[in-house]
Design a protein around this ligand. Structure first.
Ligand SMILES: O=C(O)c1ccccc1NCC(=O)[C@H](O)[C@H](O)COP(=O)(O)O
Length: 244
């Protein structure tokens, strides 16, 4: 099956076009004021209109209230709502019911114990496994940090789960080989500075994922990750840092 690719935090027509031309399956628009990738609703609406069915439109929200959710629905008409805050399973279910759209819940992974939260979110449409943010981080995601992929090697994960956190054109093939992820999500790894997406990096990331599939990537292995997971990771020391 084809590995699905999401490019998150797009903010200009040029970089959105680059993602679509590269063949991204999902494109993400962030609505979270502290983020360098934040889009107001008029900007998000204009970009979302450019997608025209060429990819799934994802709106990323952090602990949205009902008014924010309604604004997101009206502006972006998302195919998928990504929840990247501290939303409880009950709140996720309420958002899903109110929106009438599929929901993807992001869970921060920092230690094996974090995997125990996965069954609580069994009712979500998709699950995104991301690195926990470092202590005191302003952003609950989009920090460009990988978690230790060994934590999920061999874990029972729901169909269609997505891997994120610190992925880049030069490490995504290894991430896929080590985790067997059916889908990947990237933001910082295709940027030249926080919030500044690079069309060439976007194209390189999607190409790396497609090349990995063409090469027939092996099933998930539990061996020690070499490159990305050796770098400082928000998750590496297993501290119980909240997702948001
Ligand atoms: O990107 C942001 O600014 C952001 C803000 C608030 C919540 C989540 C955010 N980003 C999430 C993502 O872009 C991805 O889903 C994921 O965290 C991967 O990010 P990265 O490690 O930068 O590739």
């Amino acid at each position: 099956m084809t590995t699905r690719v999401k490019i998150c935090g797009l903010g200009t027509p040029e970089t959105l076009a680059a993602a679509l031309e590269a063949g991204a399956d999902l494109v993400g628009f962030v609505h979270f004021a502290p983020s360098p990738r934040h889009l107001g609703w008029p900007e998000a609406q204009a970009l979302a209109a450019e997608v025209r069915g060429r990819a799934e439109r994802v709106v990323l929200l952090v602990d949205p209230d009902d008014a924010t959710l309604r604004a997101a629905l009206e502006s972006v008409a998302p195919d998928l709502i990504q929840l990247h805050g501290r939303e409880s399973p009950e709140r996720v279910a309420a958002i899903r019911a109110l929106a009438g759209r599929p929901v993807m819940k992001a869970l921060g992974i920092g230690a094996e114990a974090d995997l125990a939260r996965i069954p609580d979110y069994a009712a979500v449409d998709r699950l995104l496994l991301d690195a926990k943010p470092p202590p005191g981080a302003v952003l609950p995601g989009g920090n460009g940090l990988a978690f230790d992929w060994r934590l999920i090697a061999g874990a029972r994960l729901p169909a269609g789960w997505m891997l994120s956190g610190g992925l880049r054109p030069d490490n995504v093939a290894e991430a896929l080989a080590r985790t067997g992820a059916p889908a990947v999500d990237v933001s910082s790894g295709v940027e030249t500075a926080p919030g500044i997406k690079d069309p060439a990096l976007i194209a390189a990331f999607v190409a790396a994922v497609r090349a990995s599939a063409a090469a027939g990537r092996p099933s998930a292995a539990a061996g020690r990750p070499s490159a990305a997971a050796d770098r400082p990771s928000a998750a590496a020391d297993g501290r119980d840092v909240p997702l948001a």
